[in-house]
Ligand binder design. Sequence first.
Ligand code: NAD
Length: 264
Amino acid sequence: MPQLGFGVWQVPDAEAEQAVGTALEAGYRSIDTAAIYGNETGTGKALAASGLPREELFVTTKLWNSDQGYDATLRAFDDSLGKLGLDHVDLYLIHWPVPNKDAYVDTYRAFEKILADGRARAIGVSNFHPEHLERLIAETSVVPAVNQIELHPQLQQAAAREVHARHGIATEAWSPLGQGRGLLEVPAIVAIAQKHARTPAQIVLRWHVQVGNVVIPKSVTPSRIRENIAVFDFELDAEDMAGLTALDEGRRLGPDPAEFHVGA
Ligand code: NAD
């Protein structure tokens, strides 16, 4: 899985083809969408129009909460594949655990069938707390390849990362730029950016890369799409990393997955 990919949450379907097309031209090969984003069709059009060989692309989509359950999952997966215009995805994720619905284990059994049938090359989860992960691992056969969770310098998720590392699960960071809301103006980040003659977004993304997170920044602005992938030609030193690590406040921008039931 590429360590840096392109996220398309809040990109309308009509704009997705152009945004994903710009990202593919800029060198991104991994695209993160979801059924609930409503842009699998536009994303699929950009993948087809790129002319890139399928094996060079890494496509992730996610199952929405209201489709959890064994049979509903299989139907929702068919629908996603159809919209994307693909015969397989590279990674399929359960979007949220929705613990009060108590269906994520059955849902994941359908994921295991999709994996066995070769229609997803890997399966995983998103927004799973360690307790949800531990239950899933105890009750099913395939350890999730990935847990995609909210993660940025103000919410560094050390405990979750430790659990993931113990099980060999990759940590994928959603809202890696803190949704561009305030994080990129934090004086410590601006100072490190000036020191390296880079932008604050590049500093934050480079921090993720050096921590070992998979990152999927989103933008619809071509210059920013290009800027966000240009983070592999410089390095943060120990002092920079320590300055960024000191910004952890345990502050969520999104909901706590233990309580998120919308659309379930
Ligand atoms: P993000 O942290 O990637 O921030 C995106 C915003 O930051 C942009 O809309 C823009 O306002 C700003 N921005 C982007 N590049 C910039 C730059 N170079 N300079 C200045 N500002 C810049 O936020 P996100 O979209 O929430 O997260 C990224 C992806 O993660 C999503 O698109 C989606 O694919 C995924 N995601 C998943 C979940 C989940 O529940 N699994 C939840 C949220 C997001």
